[in-house]
Design a protein around this ligand. Structure first.
Ligand SMILES: [Zn+2]
Length: 237
């Protein structure tokens, strides 16, 4: 049952180039803000991560001081640096295309041409309007066009796009479109079901509502295929 691993770096060099080009173009320096792309400035990656941490720290400290907090307190002293590090190196690490996980494809040797669904992928991200978390489950599916991908890569792709300030609609579309590029097929579906802390813990304080967003490409726009996908993600929920 050993599959031949086709690393995008070696035999499929051209595809790799094309892929990174597409993805960098989608998110990178030249891009124009649109609803699908994360709005980034042209100088987004001029600073190193460490320079960003050093630059954010005093700003966060200022916010805390303006709120009236005493930064001499042992418990609060380290917070500005901790927050700065967390923003740059964890929560928003996916802003930088350099942190895109490598995507290993395999030959579809078994000729499995049915839908593959990876469901209940946990994700945590942050609302770009309030900088508080929203989180939930992502369900990702594709129909192979000749290549298959390691299942954990689907989780990693969801995680990568989650590590940005996000809106759920954009997050859903970014995962869908990236997967279409990676898998070289339009036949991709993504559904995300999330709780937004900016809705449940503040504002209208509704903690029972969930937000569901979806992306259906290629064959998944066909009602029958779409229903099959929806049926799969319902099982044992
Ligand atoms: Zn919000």
């Amino acid at each position: 049952m050993k599959q031949k691993e086709t690393l995008l770096t070696t035999p499929l060099k051209e595809e790799k180039m094309e892929l990174s080009h597409l993805i960098i173009e989608e998110m990178g320096d030249e891009h124009k803000a649109s609803s699908v792309e994360t709005p980034l400035r042209n100088d987004a990656f001029d600073k190193t991560d460490d320079e960003k941490v050093a630059a954010i720290e005093p700003h966060f400290k200022a916010i805390m001081e303006i709120l009236g907090l005493d930064l001499n307190d042992d418990s609060l002293k380290g917070t500005p640096l901790r927050v700065a590090k967390m923003y740059v190196k964890e929560l928003f690490q996916g802003l930088n295309p350099a942190n895109m996980p490598s995507m290993t494809l395999f030959e579809n040797k078994f000729q499995y041409n049915e839908m593959l669904v990876e469901k209940n992928i946990n994700f945590y991200t942050n609302c770009e309007h309030h900088f508080v978390p929203f989180f939930g489950k992502a369900h990702v599916a594709y129909i192979s066009s000749g290549k298959v991908i390691g299942l954990s890569k689907l989780n990693r792709l969801v995680e990568y796009f989650s590590k940005r300030p996000q809106v759920q609609e954009r997050l859903t579309m970014q995962i869908g479109k990236a997967l279409q590029t990676i898998m070289q097929t339009q036949d991709v579906a993504v559904m995300m079901d999330a709780k937004h802390l900016c809705v449940s813990s503040r504002g209208v304080k509704d903690d029972s509502s969930n937000t569901i967003t979806s992306f259906f490409g290629g064959q998944f726009q066909d009602e029958k295929v779409k229903l099959q996908f929806l049926k799969y993600i319902e099982i044992n929920d």
